[in-house]
Design a protein around this ligand. Structure first.
Ligand code: FAD
Ligand code: SIN
Length: 519
């Protein structure tokens, strides 16, 4: 099958959908989702979206908080753009039907999270992402110019490489012509030719054993872009959320939103003692890198498997009204959080780095854009400020759409693109070859490339990863394409990049903590 579209969008989370709605007036749009359209990390977002709304908050305060959290490695121009445009993007989301909670005065209700000096988190109870996804999906489904292909997996981006030309990472003239995709419904591999392509494939959490990310977050976009020779940066900055519910065996790990700490919950040890003040004067509301490392340290000292989040300073009615999802979830495993503390551990949560883009979402490859968690805009620096991710998705997917809409009229569809070459491949009947390698990969990353790293651990990780990499590439070349082998290959590519970038950074800063380079 051969399809042609003006705008190919790989991913149906917040970034993909906002982009699609904004480019749709300018041509045909095709959105790919490797599973059901609404099963995205966006749908799992709890706390909310950060934006400057009312006095006493202002743009300068939000900029300062973002740069302090990011340890100064942020791109200041990008930070200013994101925050200056935040109010407008919130208005757009509300106009499109997103219901953010309001006070009785009619003003938006604003919450506070770690690292924020003001109340500025717009939310819908504790399931903000689900509400945003719902509103956007409804608009998308009714749009005549937009087609959504569910259960369609992008395998690789198409560039001159597929025409048999030599493509080097340093080249400035690599162009993306679309993508090869696997239709999981039929098993067919299709060539989708596109004038412009957006990567909106989300995060990488499943590279680790314990993550808050849904199973779809396997770094596909970063890996595809890397293989297409795009510039990728900052992947050493993997954010571990301090408070995921300790419930061994549950995947993904259920998040306990930081907004609970914003509302007064405190981290305590098994004996009920607070400990965060030993690490930071902001206590339980210090930025995430500090809190996650503090918990990691406390667990190493005590030998315990988790710490607790003590919720007694939050009233019963606030728990039930503002945090209904968390209340119900905990109750389902026998914890009544209006009375009991919540057992919590850190879990891999967010990738600050990714495919490098400019202020219009353009990557180093012509006609290829990236937005959302897959992108490295420079907003987050060495550590993302809470609730700045949904903000980044909103602002830069919108900007990418503006740019792509101006370019599309002057782009022609590429010809001479061969079909996917699957000569000599056979059905891989031994899933164990994939599942075991995935487990090994996750174990390597969690044990050697987690919250605290060392030069020796990173070298061990790389040495072991190379073995899995070679075995998997060999298996990929011989196997009929399937989702599990594609995802494994992508996760290995991403893990390799994380380790390499972590090795290259000879300092401890933000989320990258290497004991051989004390901060
Ligand atoms: P996603 O929403 O993850 O969407 C990715 C899409 O790409 C999916 O449709 C998927 O099917 C598709 N896809 C992936 N690979 C392929 C492929 N190969 N082919 C085809 N399709 C593909 N951030 C905040 O700012 N505030 C919060 O309160 C917050 N809470 C969070 C809570 C949790 C539990 C988690 C996991 C994250 C949270 N985050 C939060 C982070 C935030 O939700 C994400 O960074 C953001 O939603 C990412 O949006 P996205 O559009 O980039 O990707
Ligand atoms: C949370 O609700 O704690 C998650 C917020 C985020 O990831 O920004």
């Amino acid at each position: 099958m051969n399809n042609k579209v003006d705008f190919l969008v790989i991913g149906s989370g917040m970034a993909g959908l906002i982009y699609a709605l904004n480019v749709a007036p300018f041509g045909r749009v095709c959105i790919l989702s490797k599973i059901e359209m609404d099963e995205t990390a966006t749908s799992y977002a709890q706390g909310g979206i950060a934006a400057v709304m009312y006095d006493p908050d202002n743009i300068e305060k939000h900029i300062k908080d973002t740069i302090v959290a990011g340890a100064g490695l942020n791109n200041e121009e990008i930070v200013r753009i994101a925050i200056t445009e935040s109010t407008e993007r919130i208005k757009e989301l509300a106009d499109w039907g997103t219901h953010f909670d309001k006070e009785s005065t009619g003003k938006f209700s604003l919450a506070k999270e770690g690292g924020h000096s003001e109340y500025r988190i717009l939310h819908h109870k504790d399931n903000t992402g689900n509400e945003i996804q719902r509103a956007l999906s409804e608009k998308i489904k009714n749009h005549p110019n937009i087609t959504v292909l569910e259960n369609n997996l992008a395998i690789d981006l198409i560039t001159q490489h597929h025409q048999g030309k030599l493509v080097k990472r340093k080249n400035s003239d690599i162009t993306c012509f679309g993508a090869y995709t696997l239709d999981k419904n039929t098993g067919e591999i299709n060539t989708i030719l596109a004038k412009t392509t957006l990567l909106a494939t989300g995060g990488i959490g499943n590279v680790y054993q314990t993550t808050t990310n849904p199973t779809l977050s396997t770094g596909d976009g970063i890996a595809m872009a890397y293989r297409a020779k795009a510039h990728i940066d900052n992947l050493e900055f993997v954010q571990f959320h301090p408070t995921s519910l300790y419930n061994p065996g549950e995947k993904p790990s259920f998040l306990i939103t930081e907004a609970m700490r914003g509302a007064g919950a405190e981290l305590v040890t098994r004996n009920g003692k607070t400990f965060m003040h030993k690490y930071d004067e902001r206590g339980s509301l210090a930025p995430r890198d500090i809190v996650a490392r503090a918990i990691d340290n406390e667990l190493k000292i005590s030998g315990d498997e988790h710490v607790f989040l003590d919720t007694k300073k939050i009233s019963k009615s606030e728990i039930i009204n503002h945090f209904p999802t968390i209340y119900a979830k905990c109750l389902s495993i026998g914890i009544d959080i209006t009375k009991d503390s919540i057992p919590v551990v850190p879990a891999a949560h967010y990738s600050c780095g990714g495919v490098t883009t400019d202020q219009w979402g353009q990557t180093s490859i012509n006609n290829l854009f990236a937005a959302g968690e897959v992108a490295n805009t420079g907003l987050h620096g060495a550590n993302r400020l809470a609730s700045n991710s949904l903000l980044e998705s909103a602002v830069f997917s919108h900007r990418a759409a503006e740019k792509a809409a101006t370019l599309v009229a002057n782009i022609r569809f590429e010809t001479n693109i061969p079909d996917w070459n699957d000569e000599g491949t056979v059905l891989n009947e031994e899933m164990i070859l994939i599942t075991q390698s995935k487990k090994e990969l996750q174990s390597i990353m969690s044990n050697y490339v987690g919250i605290v790293r060392s030069n020796l651990r990173l070298k061990r990780a790389l040495d072991r990863l190379i073995i899995i990499y070679e075995e998997t590439e060999d298996l990929f070349d011989k196997s009929i394409v399937s989702e599990p082998i594609c995802e494994l290959r992508n996760m290995i590519n991403v893990a390799h990049l994380i380790i390499r970038m972590a090795m290259a950074r000879k300092e401890s800063i933000g989320l990258h903590c290497n004991i051989d380079y004390p901060a």
